[in-house]
Design a protein around this ligand. Structure first.
Ligand code: FAD
Length: 420
């Protein structure tokens, strides 16, 4: 593709990117800097979209090696963003610790061995070391732990801004424009039609419209089985010293919750599961009281000092789940040139930096090179292997649903934080 082929013509492009969240932004940046020609990104931000709401944790360890490898490639690519764009990502190398119940200890050890063989910086954290890291914590139900010393979290807004600004500087045309439909014909993508009725024709389109992607695929007869899920985060005020200084992110897969450092007197917390919603526009943007109560109860079970931590806000955003809990990153057979980075499954902030790069390699050079995307294709290879769902994360949905039901039936008690 030839840079600048279309001059100032706003009705044609070499590549149109739909969506300006982290996935679309990273794709547009890499397309523009890789010589994809005229790159047009069309986005109308939604207050419920995933990226600005993201916890932006860059977790590496996962029972599935393809997931862990993609996350590792994402972390390495994220580290290059300041050098590539001159702009910060807010990356904090806090380290991440996973707690697992005894029944997953062997699965975890196999996964850690495979990840170490693949060069992924994870190791088993012996329980005495874990106890020394969190003095005073109740860790009796923990069967095993993993530590990732090099990972941490970033700022999702800064990172997206870095990519969008970098894309603009490299010549991409970033527009505040909604897409009404993707245009196809003769088995190929032809471009897009905007809500204003204008057309931008292009031989390649990247669909990265978050939970709204399904709505654009439906008229093309493409059903990837995507479902929307509302995911919440709450912020708690903590007294200095409630957690040790420099505490890492803690992903507690025993109790199904997580905490992330925030400011010296606050932390972010959440549950492992999102709540399925009927449609993409549903659900309040704020955090539910039952959710705050459940997070507090789970935290207090580990750190007694947090039993009366005051809630200082929270929020909810929408993620798109695929039936198997993996992202779908592929060129869609129904329309050559139509690429998608969808089904973020609640963990694509960390992978977007390398997924965007791979999409650019695919479109410009003919194949993705920076990561193996085959396991994330629409028709992923069948066969035995570790589960996609992160130690039965989705398998615990029924248990979580029961807990939520109990909390909702007892609002007065839960408001005092005595439930669960
Ligand atoms: C509360 C929460 C916590 C999370 N924590 C983590 C975490 O710790 N680590 C991690 O890796 N991931 C996490 N995630 C997931 C991660 O944030 C998402 O996977 C990622 O942000 C998805 O980015 P996206 O670009 O695909 O979609 P989005 O951010 O949803 O962006 C899609 C964009 O497309 C726009 N759009 C939609 N339709 C159209 C249209 N027709 N025309 C134009 N524009 C359109 C939308 O308005 C939006 O701006 C979390 C998500 C949530 C909600």
């Amino acid at each position: 593709m030839t840079a600048g082929r279309h001059g100032d013509d706003s009705t044609t492009a070499d590549v149109v990117v739909i969506g300006g969240g982290i996935n679309g932004a990273a794709a547009a940046f890499h397309l523009a800097t890789r010589g994809a020609g005229r790159v047009v990104l069309l986005d109308v931000p939604s207050p419920r979209s995933a990226t600005p709401k993201s916890g932006a944790m860059l977790t590496l360890h996962h029972p599935s090696l393809p997931q862990a490898s993609l996350a590792h490639a994402g972390l390495r690519e994220l580290a290059r963003v300041p050098e590539l764009t001159g702009l910060p990502t807010g990356f904090t190398r806090s380290g991440i610790v996973h707690l697992l119940p005894p029944r997953y200890a062997n699965t975890m050890r196999d996964a850690v061995a495979a990840q170490q063989a693949a060069g992924i910086p994870v190791r088993e954290l012996p329980l005495p070391e874990l106890a020394a890291l969190f003095p005073g914590a109740d860790l009796d139900d923990v069967g095993a732990a993993v530590v990732e010393p090099d990972s941490g979290y970033a700022d999702p807004v800064l990172t997206t801004r870095a990519y969008l600004e970098g894309a603009r500087r490299a010549g991409a045309d970033v527009r505040h424009t909604a897409v009404r439909r993707v245009l196809t014909g003769g088995g190929r993508v032809k471009g897009v039609e905007t809500e204003a009725g204008d057309t931008v024709s292009a031989p390649a389109v990247v669909l990265a419209a978050g939970v709204w992607s399904a709505r654009l695929l439906e008229p093309l007869g493409i059903d990837l089985g995507l479902g929307a899920r509302r995911v919440q985060i709450t912020r708690f005020r903590v007294e200095p010293g409630s957690l040790p200084d420099g505490a890492p992110v803690l992903l507690d897969q025993v109790r199904g919750s997580w905490i992330r450092p925030d400011t010296p007197t606050s932390l972010l917390a959440g549950l492992e599961m999102g709540v399925p919603v009927e449609g993409p526009a549903d659900g309040p943007e704020g955090v539910d009281q039952w959710y705050v109560d459940m997070c507090r109860a789970k935290l207090a079970g580990r750190f007694a000092g947090l039993s009366s931590a005051a809630m200082r806000g929270g929020w909810a955003g929408l993620i798109a789940m695929s039936p198997h809990g993996r992202p779908v990153i592929d060129e869609l057979a129904e329309a050559t040139g139509l690429f998608c980075a969808v089904a973020d499954s609640g963990s694509s902030f960390k992978t977007a930096p390398v997924v965007g790069k791979c999409l650019a390699e695919w479109i410009v050079d003919g194949a993705p090179r920076s990561a193996n995307l085959t396991p994330f294709g629409r028709s992923r290879p069948a066969g035995p292997g570790p589960s996609d769902d992160g130690y039965g994360r989705f398998g615990s949905a029924a248990k979580l649903a029961r807990e939520i039901h109990q909390l909702r039936r007892a609002p007065s008690r839960t408001q005092e934080g005595r439930s669960t």
